[in-house]
Each structure stands twice: as C-alpha cells, then as structure tokens.
Design a protein around this ligand. Structure first.
Ligand SMILES: Cc1cc2nc3c(=O)[nH]c(=O)nc-3n(C[C@H](O)[C@H](O)[C@H](O)COP(=O)(O)OP(=O)(O)OC[C@H]3O[C@@H](n4cnc5c(N)ncnc54)[C@H](O)[C@@H]3O)c2cc1C
Length: 376
C-alpha cells in the first residue's frame, strides 16, 4: 500500500499534531524528518539551534517508536528525498504543518509543491499557530486566532503500523558533520517535549506569578519568563496547548481566595497576550515577506552602511558600554535574553552604532535558540 508521508519540520511532537492524526486515517504512515544541509549552511543557522533540534528529534523518534513506527531521518534536499521514497515505496499523500520561515524555506516549499503537483501527489499542509495564509487584510484576524486557539487539542494516534523495508534511521548528524561552526552555549536550554512540558508546568504553577512585573528586567526575566520560546519555535509544544493550559489555570486560580490568587490573573493575561503577539508578528511576515530583506519604511533605505568593526565589537560584547556588553554576553552564554533586552541590543546597534540592520540581525538570529524569523 502506498505511503502517507508526514513531513516534520518545526513541529517536533506527536501531541496536537493534525497532519499526523489526519494522515493515519488514510493509510500507512511514514514519519519523515529531512536534515537539509543547505538550510543549515544559511547565515541565520547555528550549532546551538541544531543541538536543540537534535535533542527534540531524538525524543520525537522515541515517541513515534512507542506508537509502532520510529521517525525516519534522511539527509539531503527534500525534493530528492521525497522522490527517492516515492520511487521505492510509492507515495499517496504528503502531510505537514505550514512553515513561516524565511525566503529560503518559502522557496523550498514552492519546489516541494511543484514536485507534488507533477507527481499527482496531494500535499495537505495545515496552519501552524494562529497564522493564516492568504489573508487579504487583518480585519477579523484576532477573532480567527481565538477560534484557532479554542480548537480541541488532538491526542496522538493510538498506533502507527510498522513499515517493512524502510532502512533503519542512521545516527543523526552532528553539528560538525553539518559544517556548523563551534558555538559553545553552556546554559542552552535542553530540547525535547519533556523539557518543554516541565517549563510550562513550572511556569503555570510557580514561576509565573508576578510575570508582568518581572519580565522586563534582565535580572529577574531569566526566571520569571516562561522560557517556552524555543519549544514554540521548534514545535515540541503546540501554541494551542500553551494557550489553553494558561487559560485553564487562570480560571482555576480565580476560584481561590484573594491571597492565594494574588498576582496570577494579571500575570497570566499578560502571558497570553504575548502568545498572541507571537502569531501577530509571524502573520506580518506572511503578508509582507519582503521585510526579511527590505526596510519597512522607504525613507530609511540606504541610511546605514555595513560597519565591520562596530559590528564585531557589538557582536562580541565589547562595545565598552557595560549594559549592552553584559546583555550580549548573557545571550552568548544561554542562547536567550528577554524581550526588552533584545529590543535594546538591536536598537543600540541601529541608533547608536549606526549598523545596517541586515548585518546586526544575523548575529542574534544565530544566538537565539528560539530563532523565529517572523518575530525576529
Ligand atoms: C529584536 C527582537 C528579536 C526577537 N526574536 C525572537 C525570535 O527569534 N524568536 C522568538 O520566539 N521571539 C523573539 N522575540 C520576542 C521575545 O523577545 C521572545 O519571544 C521572548 O523573549 C521569549 O522568551 P519567553 O518564551 O520566556 O517569553 P515569555 O515572555 O514567557 O512569552 C511567552 C511567549 O510569547 C511570545 N512572545 C513574548 N514576547 C514576544 C514578542 N515581543 N513578540 C512576539 N512574541 C512574543 C513568545 O512565543 C514567547 O515564548 C524577539 C524580540 C525582539 C525585540
């Protein structure tokens, strides 16, 4: 029987995974992840991101194996990999989540779409987060986001029939094998769904109280923020589950006496509104992909030039401005810094050092384990 390929990209989970649930209804499923060396060679990719992805893939492989069919990992160009699977096993359908990445991933998805069309293979790609493709204007978007977030969460399929004749997955490539430069990050957050679940539970039960008061200072933010961003960016958690659990917790806390509940309602409202921002900014990139390479405002075009020395000093945390340098070094060390400090660092690069934003944008993109092109 021809295969239903579920193509995992930045949705590394089996929970609340619509493509997986729908594909299982149509026939035997091949869960596939393609390591794309060309993608990992892009200037916004880094070893720390790959290591987080790798840990998440290992956990996903085990979770799928628990259902009966482990994740199949191939390395190469996606179209070439799909063509090889199709020739050998026959491919009846392709299933995935939509990815709002950068122009490179957009172009790759167009090549996949053209290939699937040529072969007469239906490709169903489901919306990710609360992002809506093809939206003419933003009226009604907030309502649609609410509807999306209220959709019932999907349980993983009960079982995946094991496939015969699929070569055992080789060891996942190391960062070195992908040609990624060494990028030590001693306090990088660990990948994988389990780590994401622990963060979410810890935040909703304990750390999140007073979030709205403590998220802005870099002294308190490391502990007070949810730290869920890499899990949302790599899809080990779904946006729907985070929103629904935060709202359920808020409701449950509202029934407690005022002293037990103090600080929680405002904290969780502030948190959910940031989850909304997440999709809001990605939606902007979907509507106007040119902002990856072009200024939003034409008056600012060509205003700043490449400035290698200032860029190096800023990137290495040696501008001589202690606050800026400390934030940059904290980012190097942990792969994360809070929202206000991200804004401060980038603003300093643009307004004080007068560095072209295309140059200053790349360095933090690589440093962020949670790199999400639409937000960044
Ligand atoms: C210059 C700049 C670049 C950024 N680049 C990224 C990026 O590459 N990836 C990324 O996930 N976030 C990015 N952000 C947004 C924000 O800084 C991070 O989402 C947040 O710091 C992540 O930490 P957290 O999960 O603990 O957030 P929390 O404060 O706990 O918030 C929960 C979630 O809400 C969303 N969120 C929070 N703040 C924002 C925001 N300002 N805009 C959009 N969504 C938000 C994120 O999904 C986050 O995980 C950037 C912000 C700036 C100013």
């Amino acid at each position: 029987m021809a295969l239903q390929v579920v193509w995992f990209k930045r949705d590394l989970r089996i929970h609340d995974h619509r493509p997986l649930v729908e594909a299982v209804r149509c026939g035997p499923v091949l869960p596939l992840y393609v390591v794309e060396p060309e993608l990992w060679q892009r200037p916004d990719c880094s070893e720390r991101q790959w290591n987080f992805c790798l840990e998440s893939l290992q956990e996903l492989r085990d979770a799928l194996a628990g259902l009966g069919q482990p994740l199949v990992v191939r390395t190469g160009d996606v179209v070439a990999v799909l063509e090889a699977v199709h020739r050998r096993h026959g491919l009846a359908g392709l299933w995935s989540h939509q990815e709002t990445g950068n122009l490179w991933t957009y172009d790759r998805d167009r090549r996949v779409a053209a290939w699937a069309r040529d072969r007469g293979i239906p490709w169903r790609d489901f919306a990710s987060f609360g992002v809506i493709r093809g939206l003419k204007d933003r009226r009604g978007w907030a309502r649609a986001w609410e509807q999306r977030m209220a959709e019932p969460l999907l349980a993983p399929p009960a079982a995946l029939p094991p496939l015969v004749g699929i070569a055992a997955p080789p060891a996942l490539p190391s960062a070195g094998e992908l040609g990624l430069a060494a990028d030590p990050c001693p306090q990088r957050q660990p990948g994988g769904r389990q780590a994401g679940r622990e963060l979410l539970e810890g935040f909703l039960r304990q750390r999140g109280r007073g979030y709205h008061r403590r998220l802005s200072s870099p002294l308190t933010a490391f502990e007070a923020c949810s730290r869920l961003s890499p899990h949302l960016a790599w899809g080990t958690l779904s946006m729907g589950e985070v929103v629904q659990e935060a709202r359920a917790r808020r409701l449950a806390l509202a029934t407690l006496p005022a002293n037990a509940n103090a600080g929680w309602s405002r904290a969780l409202d502030a948190f959910v509104s940031r989850l909304h921002w997440h999709c809001h900014f990605i939606q902007k990139l979907v509507r106007q992909p040119s902002i990856e390479i072009q200024e939003l405002h034409p008056a600012t075009r060509g205003l700043r030039r490449t400035a290698p020395e200032r860029l190096a000093a800023w990137s290495e945390g040696r501008t001589g401005v202690p606050f800026v340098d400390a934030c940059m070094r904290a980012l190097h060390h942990s792969g994360w810094i809070n929202f206000r400090m991200r804004a401060m660092l980038l603003s300093f690069a643009s307004h004080h050092l007068w560095i072209d934003w295309r140059d200053s944008g790349l360095h933090p993109a690589c440093q962020f384990v949670d790199y999400e092109p639409g937000i960044h």
